[in-house]
Design a protein around this ligand. Structure first.
Ligand code: PSV
Ligand code: MN
Length: 472
């Protein structure tokens, strides 16, 4: 959802939203197109007289970023039914996935790091790697930045990022303040009992808003690591008050196009209580902060077997969902590749999103993964391909038919309607989409054969060899 783009036919505002009726020049000319948009269209006149092809051409020529809620195409008196390929094309054209800068750097577990020769050792190398991933997948025009790691000098690093954006054709995505690494934050950052330390943390949040504003980046993405390890050691209600103060101060600083996303996580680093532990707390905080505050769902931040799509449905309904950090997990916050453990879970989340066009429109798709065993770029390309396939599958769900079956409580048919889309082999259509967009049909093979990995391994191996591999 952050500014980006660069692909023809994609709205630079969001990666979703440009009028794309999913019809191409080979499609029969429809009788009428009924278009429901989030914003009124004056210049279109009587919208219903426009054919889908004319409508697409008009939107592209006028660079209109219509927020399209739904399109109904009527052909020979009957609703036009899009083919599977058309549905997939439409879905993939609108899918932009933000990748994290920290996904290219050497990272590890609390037990140590396995250093990779190809890992990025500077912010420039992170941008270069992100550009390579985008060139292969066509779906990752923005790079999430973590302030302390990528802009260690704060606002004064903005010109460097602006240069890198230009040089690599990748835009800065969400701006992630760091509220967990300073020594002062041992007993909390914005919830610390010390007013002095709380001020350091709030000032960092305000700097992050300023960084985002200067980079024209829509989202400041907040993860609050605060909490405690033992009962009785912290005053929970008092800390709720501190949280609310900090969120209100951050919200007050947001510009008209900016948003703040509040991420929750039940445990880690704190093991007894976490100040923003679940979506209810995040939602309440967002509500208290103001209308530009939304909830961010990190799929790895849930208890075992929690029904994440139900949380998504609630947040969508409340217009409170701002974005995702996608990753998969088996035990806790494992940061595994999206869909590697439970692809059906991701599909079910996409299903909820695709059932709510304007909710989808305001939801940023971001990846929060950092691999220490898989190759950095390989893992990132694989991640995007997995997300595209699962999104394409979800786009095949016959939402209308499903709604009818649900109404009539035809349980098995409803379940099969959902499942049949999940089991559809979308890979040929995804490959065809890539070809039609001038992208390599198989991005992973293209990565392995394009020479980029060999080059960066050679260039970076010495620098990576001196990187610490132990926390001792
Ligand atoms: C914390 O586990 C988290 O999910 C937050 O989003 C952080 O910003 C990110 O991981 C990177 O550490
Ligand atoms: Mn996260």
């Amino acid at each position: 959802m952050n500014t980006g783009g660069g692909r023809p036919g994609i709205s630079p505002g969001s990666g979703r939203g440009l009028v794309q009726p999913g019809l191409n020049n080979r499609s029969p000319s429809p009788d009428r197109v009924r278009l429901q948009t989030a914003t009124p269209i004056q210049s279109l006149g009587d919208q219903r007289q426009f054919s889908a092809v004319a409508l697409t051409a008009w939107a592209q020529e006028s660079h209109t970023q219509l927020q399209c809620v739904s399109i109904e195409v009527v052909f020979q008196g009957r609703n036009y039914v899009k083919t599977a390929e058309e549905k997939i094309t439409e879905a993939l054209d609108g899918l932009a996935i933000e990748i994290p800068s920290w996904g290219f750097a050497n990272t590890g577990t609390r037990f140590g790091k396995y250093v990779q020769a190809e890992a990025a050792t500077s912010i420039e190398e992170k941008f270069a790697d992100a550009a390579q991933v985008h060139a292969l997948t066509g779906a990752s025009p923005t790079l999430a930045l973590h302030v302390l790691w990528d802009l260690p000098h704060g606002v004064s690093d903005v010109p460097l990022i602006q240069d890198l954006q230009k040089k690599y054709g990748i835009r800065a995505g969400s701006i992630n303040p760091n509220l967990f690494q300073r020594q002062e934050y041992k007993y909390g950052s914005i919830c610390n009992p010390s007013a002095e330390i709380r001020k350091i943390a709030v000032d960092h949040l305000l700097d992050s808003v300023e960084i985002a504003r200067r980079l024209d980046s829509q989202d400041v993405s907040l993860w609050i690591a605060d909490g405690s390890n033992y009962p009785g050691t912290q005053n929970i209600p008092r800390r709720i008050g501190y949280l609310m103060e900090a969120m209100a101060a951050t919200h007050a600083r947001l510009g008209p196009k900016q948003r703040m996303l509040i991420e929750y996580k039940p445990f880690e680093p704190a093991f007894y209580h976490t100040d923003v532990a679940d979506w209810g707390m995040a939602l309440l905080l967002a509500r208290h902060a103001g209308p530009k505050a939304f909830v961010l769902v990190d799929t790895g931040h849930h208890y075992q077997s929690q029904n994440i799509e139900q949380i998504v449905a609630w947040l969508l309904r409340e217009r409170a969902l701002g974005g995702f950090h996608f990753n998969d997990r088996r035990y806790a916050d494992d940061d595994l590749t999206i869909g590697s453990i439970d692809p059906y879970q991701v599909f079910r989340i996409f299903h909820e999103l695709l059932g709510d066009a304007s909710g989808l429109q305001q939801t940023a798709f971001m990846i929060d993964q950092s691999h220490n065993l898989k190759g950095k770029l390989e893992a990132m390309v694989q991640t995007i391909c997995n997300a595209q396939e699962l999104f394409a599958k979800a786009a095949l769900i016959d939402q209308e038919r499903l709604a009818g079956l649900q109404e009539e409580a035809r349980l098995v048919e409803a379940e099969e309607c959902l499942r049949s889309a999940f089991w559809a082999d979308v890979r040929p259509a995804v490959r065809a989409w890539r070809q039609s967009r001038g992208l390599p049909e198989d991005p992973l093979t293209a990565l392995r054969t394009c020479g980029y990995l060999e080059r960066i391994r050679k260039e970076r191996s010495e620098r990576n060899a001196v990187s610490v591999s132990s926390y001792a």
